[in-house]
Design a protein around this ligand. Structure first.
Ligand code: ZN
Length: 376
């Protein structure tokens, strides 16, 4: 079986639109059907996905570890990631091995592949993560935990060539720009991101209807005026300007993060559960305008992706559960990894994570992982 994991370095959470306000939505049309489909999913449970190469094995929940388990399965099912993981240098000495995240992940992957059980306990890796201040028995946000894990893995791979390969596997490159509206003077900066944090609302607080709309909106420039004006070098004073980013390079494994969680009155986190459909394939040449791409962007023709995994959250922001829907890169079937239980599912089951504002406890896609169609 393959297993995948990932997240780009120095990822920044850029906010191109204001925090979305909570709105009442009406997208309940899929609800009943979704519930039926979810029931059907359980009937097809395979108790460990014996038909994946060596058997996809579940991970026991050790107390609020569903988020970690889901992300680990997404890493481990990504054969582009495991090729790198299998080549790491084994740390010298027991103490070094105990605290090496990539090494402990490799041990866990091998344990899963050897196991004849339906699931294994990831306790050694979990203990290793606590050494690096990732606590157990804590409710994590999958996007944040993904960043933390990816950075730990990347920083602990001692072979720079492998670390560089991991970086290229997950890193999105963009060019940030600021254009003075008075004199058109432009300043730019190149930056790397591990995920694209995608808005659920546009800058006018209108609900975005599809993932493509959200991506398009993310790359729309924002006008900075009044208190947000910036100093223009050429005008030598603060002027209103346009701030945005252009896409320069997309990685093999592309992670999109739907901004479904937001702070309400800065005190508690709320979840936006309305439906945001996503498709099984994405072509960025169709989604973005020419202005939203860097003019020097190479490989644009290869900006075509297939959906590989969905990390879904159910429940409320403060109290919920994660599972991962992953399309095997070896047999091309979809599986649902729900802690110790793994079962084969259909695309309709995956679509049940689009969201539904009438069912706040329902499953909603939170991280979407796309895989480039033509591997580099
Ligand atoms: Zn100016």
């Amino acid at each position: 079986m393959g297993q995948r994991f990932g997240c780009p370095e120095n990822s920044r959470k850029l906010e191109l639109s204001p925090n979305p306000s909570m709105r009442k939505e009406e997208d309940g049309e899929e609800s009943r059907e979704q519930a039926v489909k979810r029931g059907g999913k359980q009937l097809r449970a395979l108790h460990g996905v014996a038909d994946l190469n060596n058997g996809a094995i579940g991970l026991y929940n050790m107390g609020l570890s569903c988020c970690l388990n889901s992300l680990l399965q997404v890493f481990f099912m990504n054969t582009h990631f495991t090729v790198i993981l299998r080549r790491i240098r084994v740390p010298i000495g027991h103490a070094e091995q105990k605290k090496s995240v990539p090494y402990q992940m490799l041990l866990l992957l091998e344990q899963m592949q050897r196991s004849k059980q339906r699931a294994v306990y990831p306790q050694e890796l979990a203990h290793c993560l606590t050494v690096h201040n990732l606590k157990l028995f804590v409710q994590y946000d999958a996007a944040q935990l993904f960043l933390s894990l990816w950075n730990l893995i990347k920083n602990q791979i001692t072979d720079w060539e492998l670390a560089d390969r991991l970086t290229r596997l997950y890193t999105i490159r963009v060019q940030e720009y600021l254009i003075c509206e008075k004199c058109s003077f432009e300043t730019t900066r190149e930056s790397n991101m591990l995920t694209l944090p995608l808005p659920m609302f546009n800058s006018s607080s209108q609900r975005l209807k599809t993932l493509e709309d959200s991506l398009h909106c993310f790359f729309q420039p924002e006008q900075l005026t009044d208190n947000n004006m910036c100093l223009c070098e050429q005008c030598e004073r603060k002027t209103s300007c346009l701030q945005g980013m252009r896409l320069t390079c997309l990685p093999q494994t592309l992670t999109l993060h739907l901004k479904r969680f937001y702070f309400k009155k800065s005190t508690w986190t709320q979840k936006i559960s309305y439906s945001l459909p996503f498709s099984q394939s994405l072509d960025f040449n169709q989604i973005l305008t020419q202005e939203q791409c860097h003019p020097d962007a190479k490989e644009k023709a290869d900006w075509q992706y297939d959906l590989f995994a969905v990390v879904a959250h159910s429940g409320l922001a403060s109290c919920g559960h994660y599972c991962a829907y992953i399309r095997s890169l070896t047999d091309c079937r979809w599986y649902c990894f729900n802690d110790s239980s793994v079962c084969q599912v259909s695309w309709d089951d995956v679509k049940s994570t689009y969201g539904n504002s009438r069912f706040h406890w329902g499953e909603t896609a939170y991280l979407l992982v796309y895989m480039r169609k033509n591997p580099q």
